[in-house]
Ligand binder design. Structure first.
Ligand SMILES: [Zn+2]
Length: 581
């Protein structure tokens, strides 16, 4: 009754259940049951077998010791680095005057020298609209006392701190946002700026980042002593006890409604749209209060340095309103009075969000915030509407005279575009300039289709908008045939002509690729599936040409390498387009 040999998984299962595996020898069977039983059970073991076992045990012990020793030796090498913990404390006391004070606490096994970097040109350079200065560094004792000063050396785009023998180093600096930007063409200089009553600051411009050590936990704390309305990009933890009298018991007490435990501050951390004045030092008890209080401190944990860089922090005269769509909070924030109501704008944003969420199946973040602000770029070559996305925040700069009709017909495409980047650009990370044609082309095309699907654009309006863009910026562009699409798109800060060409050509390439893939695979709208496949399987990965080709192949079975080589990375003209929407 001998059975056929079992598979490895069968053996494993049998072992887990303590069963005897039939095709093993009698001695081996015993080993499986319980190693200790063998000795007590008086089973016979030949001396040869016993010494073999001992040798095996010795070998195992020796290899274990060796691995431990190697690990220890490796860790004690001078070059070995441990992840350090980072805490950034942002003080908003001087925010209404256009400046921030940031205290950065670095903790852990610090290297001898800690290199800190900031966005190019921001270190000690007031000409860029954002200046980081007055940097000091010191050691902090375990008891939190200030210790000796640490030496600081200037680097090209940052500073180097001597942290030899230090366990906890504190680096404090000031950021001045009040000087006007030098170049009107670089929209990025309009992100971090003083706004009415406060400031708007992008993470990549205000946080000093360690460049030569791995980073573990990151915490951002915001101190808000002036009770300014504050908007942060993440669902932040709001400590409800912040506004209580200091002599009271600060612990959460379910019987005392005025003591609130920390909670997820979804839709909080800002002044509610209906202006409610809380007498200073007091928050209304739950039930009595009309809307969320403005907390004195907020804190949150960015996932990584990229997430930290993507932060958009705003304080000042802003008002917000929120609505829930599936598992995502959609938030509108603005510092401007418009010709349309906040409710109308929020509803438009919600409809776009609901459609894009439906397309991908889930939200890339728990919160999507759209900030509407006035466009102050007056340079002739500038754009009417600017859209910037940083993480889950979308900043839209537009004419203060924008009507609801214009919001629906024109601005909506910017909102839909930037929101789409939450999936393609953020969740599927866009870092390689060689894939910008894909990220931007697809996003531009799909945002038009999303607006049609959301019922905000009639299909004819969608078609006309795409067609006019293609005719103006692609077909009629002098750059046609002189530069490949991938090359044109890779230069993000090229002149407006090239930017327009790259976006329009990207749309044309996306449509054309979809059409070509449909013909070769028999699938309808194959790129829809490719995008969902990328979102589901390449979450957090950096998009590369290889990944695009791989995903397309998995979904459609078509090898698109040569097609991309000719039409995207080469200068071969695209075949005529059949379907726009
Ligand atoms: Zn874009």
């Amino acid at each position: 009754m001998s059975e056929k040999p079992h598979s490895a998984i069968d053996r494993y299962k049998a072992r887990r259940e303590g069963k005897v595996v039939p095709n093993l020898t009698a001695d081996e069977r015993l080993e499986i049951r319980s190693p200790r039983q063998k000795i007590g059970s008086g089973k016979k073991f030949t001396p040869y077998r016993r010494s073999q076992k001992r040798a095996r045990r010795l070998l195992m012990w020796a290899s274990f010791t060796l691995v431990t020793l190697i690990l220890l030796a490796w860790q004690s090498l001078p070059g070995h680095q441990y992840p350090i913990q980072l805490v950034y404390e942002i003080d908003l006391l001087q925010a209404p005057n256009g400046s921030l004070t940031v205290t950065m606490i670095t903790e852990g096994k610090l290297p001898g020298k800690l290199d800190l970097e900031v966005a190019t040109g921001r270190a000690g350079n007031p000409g860029n609209g954002v200046e980081i200065h007055s940097i000091t560094a010191f050691e902090m004792s375990d008891g939190g006392m200030q210790g000796k000063s640490l030496a600081i050396t200037d680097l090209k785009d940052g500073w180097q701190i001597s942290t030899q023998g230090t366990r906890r180093a504190v680096i404090a600096y000031r950021i001045d946002l009040s000087s006007p930007p030098e170049s009107e063409e670089d929209i990025r200089q309009y992100i971090s700026t003083p706004v009415e009553g406060g400031i708007r600051a992008a993470g990549f411009e205000i946080f000093l980042l360690p460049t030569t050590v791995p980073v573990g936990d990151i915490t951002v704390m915001i101190h808000n002593p002036r009770d300014l309305p504050v908007l942060v990009p993440w669902p932040a933890l709001v400590r409800g006890v912040d506004r209580l009298d200091s002599d009271r018991d600060q612990r959460s007490d379910p019987l005392d409604p005025s003591v609130q435990p920390a909670h997820l501050g979804l839709g909080q951390g800002f002044q509610p749209a209906a202006k409610v004045d809380f007498p200073s030092g007091k928050i209304p008890s739950p039930g009595k209060g009309i809307a969320a209080p403005v907390p004195a401190s907020l804190f949150f944990h960015p996932r990584d340095l990229a997430d930290l860089n993507n932060a958009l922090i705003i304080c000042g005269d802003i008002r917000t309103s929120t609505v829930q769509t599936r598992d995502c909070v959609i938030q509108l924030a603005t510092d401007q009075d418009w010709l349309f109501s906040d409710e109308a704008a929020l509803d438009l944003i919600r409809r776009i969000a609901r459609t894009e969420l439906g397309f991908f199946g889930s939200a890339p973040n728990q919160q999507i915030t759209v900030i509407l602000s006035a466009n102050r770029v007056t340079v002739e070559t500038g754009f009417d509407v600017y859209g910037v996305h940083t993480g889950s925040s979308i900043l839209v700069l537009m004419d203060p005279e924008t009507t609801y009709g214009m919001l629906e017909k024109q601005v909506s495409s910017v909102i839909a575009h930037e929101m789409f980047h939450g999936w393609l650009g953020e969740a599927i990370r866009q870092t390689d300039p060689q894939t910008l044609w894909f990220t931007e082309g697809i996003t531009t095309w799909y945002s038009a289709r999303m607006l049609v699907a959301a019922g905000l654009w009639a299909p004819d309006h969608g078609r006309e908008t795409l067609l006019s863009r293609l005719e103006r910026d692609y077909v009629g562009n002098d750059l046609m045939g002189t530069i490949s699409l991938a090359e044109a798109a890779a230069e993000v800060m090229a002149g407006p002509d090239q930017v327009r060409f790259a976006y329009a050509a990207g749309v044309a390439a996306a449509m054309s690729l979809d059409q070509w893939l449909a013909t070769n695979s028999g699938l309808q709208r194959p790129l829809d599936e490719v995008l969902r496949h990328l979102y589901e399987n390449y979450l957090g990965r950096e998009l590369s040409r290889e990944i695009i080709e791989e995903a397309i192949h998995t979904v459609t079975g078509v090898d698109c390498h040569d097609w991309l080589e000719a039409h995207v990375y080469g200068k071969t003209a695209l075949p005529p387009l059949e379907q726009l929407i």
